[in-house]
Design a protein around this ligand. Structure first.
Ligand SMILES: Nc1ncnc2c1ncn2[C@@H]1O[C@H](COP(=O)(O)OP(=O)(O)OP(=O)(O)O)[C@@H](O)[C@H]1O
Ligand SMILES: [Mg+2]
Length: 470
């Protein structure tokens, strides 16, 4: 049960099935059972009519007055035996019992309204009386019977009525037995069905819960993997920063310490009054060139630190709002216009004019800038006529951006390492190798999306971004 009850809709199915079973049993007792009894009544009523017409033609004959029927008592007894009746009564038009197979009844009067309303109008009346119940005349009956009143009409005149009693004990017992049997069979089928249903639900529920647990585990494992990847990339990043900054800082330190040494020597000469004009001139030359080297090295270091700061994406300082994606792309292209060679490269933007997303426009701008700058500096490095294409589409709740250029493309190694921090093929030529790493972080962390790259040498590069619309 434990598994089944965890799944809401399986529980609902079970509940509905229980209700259906309850409805079936109620239907049985309220509709099926009474309809059986009705059928029994109709059957005996038909037989009673047949007996009455027999009595009328064969026994009563031409009699117009029912008050003296003592002469036909034997024949009525015979009819009773022949039709296997429990009792026959004959009433006069006023409801007085003029004859009964039970002598004690004779002379009593049935004063109910049936003798003034229904019977004179030719209606037949039937009723089932259970054992120890009371008949229409108020007598307690010792067995299950149906009593049927059949009016005696001669040329439209109401002369009286027969009352024919059938002993239905056996028929009733057979009917009850049949009903019991069919209820038992349906109950057995229902129990079997329920058993099977619970079994199936149990198994389905179990497999669903097991799958949910497995999925949960997988998600946790993936989270763990992402975390450890993050740690590894952070470690790589720190090592990379140290390595990158070491070069300019090391150069500055070397130059600064040699300048320090030269300054000390110069000061020594000055104090001893040995300094010559040429010494001073040489020292100034050294100082100027050293300062230049130190300055450029420190600038390079500062630049690196600036890019390094961008790697750690700070979401809080970004503003999220609804904007048109096409306008964002066009703004980036406009701002990069000076970087394009005079009209040589072509840019195509496929994107609905009014397509809006609720994201960080600043982040989007930075991502597009990095992609276009890479196409210009790497893809189109030796090319005058490059093509760039933005293809923006929406699917469900995602924005899918396919960015491609037809530049030089990448080797398999570059493709594999493109998102690594400090990976660049333009080391010493202005490449820090942080552009794509920052882009990756922005897409996955700030926008909650994904970015993938596909490229091969000479085949250009394709970047596919999927970003939630909200
Ligand atoms: N569109 C492209 N076509 C060809 N190679 C590319 C393209 N985009 C990126 N690359 C390759 O991926 C490498 C990493 O790119 P990334 O933007 O991270 O660094 P970078 O451009 O070299 O330096 P920067 O930090 O200044 O952006 C590049 O050096 C280049 O080899
Ligand atoms: Mg770059």
């Amino acid at each position: 049960m434990t598994y089944t009850w965890k799944i809401g809709y399986l529980r609902a199915i079970l509940l509905v099935s229980c209700l259906l079973l309850g409805a079936m049993l109620t239907y049985n007792s309220l509709v099926v059972y009474p309809s059986f009894t009705r059928m029994l009544t109709l059957n005996t009523e038909e037989e009673a009519v047949r007996v009455a017409s027999y009595l009328m033609t064969e026994v009563l004959g031409e009699a117009d007055d029912l008050h003296d029927v003592s002469g036909i008592a034997d024949r009525i007894q015979d009819a009773r035996d022949q039709f296997r009746l429990w009792k026959i009564k004959i009433f006069s038009a006023t409801g007085e019992i003029v004859y009964s197979t039970e002598a004690a009844d004779i002379g009593t009067v049935n004063s109910s309204l049936i003798f003034t309303n229904e019977l004179p109008a030719g209606h037949i009346l039937s009723k089932v009386v259970r054992k120890d119940g009371k008949s229409t005349e108020g007598q307690v009956v010792p067995l299950d019977i149906t009593e049927t009143y059949v009016p005696i009409l001669k040329e439209g005149t109401f002369l009286g009525a027969f009352e024919i009693y059938y002993d239905i004990t056996q028929r009733k017992a057979r009917q009850d037995q049949n009903l019991r049997k069919s209820t038992l069979v349906s109950a057995a089928i229902a129990v079997l069905f329920f058993g099977a249903l619970i079994f199936i639900l149990e198994r389905t529920g179990k497999s669903i819960v097991e799958r949910q647990i497995a999925e949960q585990k997988l998600i946790e494992y993936q989270k763990h993997l992402v975390e450890s990847e993050k740690m590894a990339s952070l470690g790589g990043l720190v090592a990379g920063v140290a390595h990158e900054i070491n070069t300019p800082v090391g150069a500055a330190v070397t130059v600064a310490s040699s300048l320090d040494e030269r300054t000390r020597q110069c000061r020594e000469l000055l104090l001893n009054n040995q300094i010559k004009r040429s010494d001073l001139q040489k020292y100034f030359e050294t100082a100027t060139s050293s300062a230049a080297v130190i300055l450029s090295s420190l600038r390079q270091a500062a630049e690196l630190i600036k890019s390094f700061k961008q790697v750690a994406v700070d979401q809080s300082c970004q503003e999220k709002r609804t904007f048109r994606i096409r306008e964002c792309i066009e703004d980036v292209l406009l701002s990069l216009k000076p970087k394009f060679r005079q009209g040589a490269h072509q840019v195509e933007v496929i994107c609905p004019e009014d397509l809006e997303i609720n994201q960080y426009p600043g982040v989007m701008t930075q991502i597009f800038t990095n992609l276009v700058m890479n196409s210009l500096t790497h893809g189109f490095a030796q090319r005058d006529q490059g093509r760039i294409r933005f293809d923006v589409q929406t699917t469900d709740s995602l924005l899918r951006i396919r960015y491609e250029d037809d530049g030089v493309g990448m080797s398999a190694e570059t493709l594999q390492r493109i998102f690594e921090p400090f990976f660049t093929t333009r080391r010493g030529q202005g490449g820090s190798g942080l552009g794509m790493h920052i882009t990756y972080n922005l897409v996955s962390q700030t926008l909650g999306g994904t970015i993938a790259c596909d490229s091969s040498p000479g085949q250009g590069a394709v970047f596919t971004l999927c970003v939630p619309l909200n």
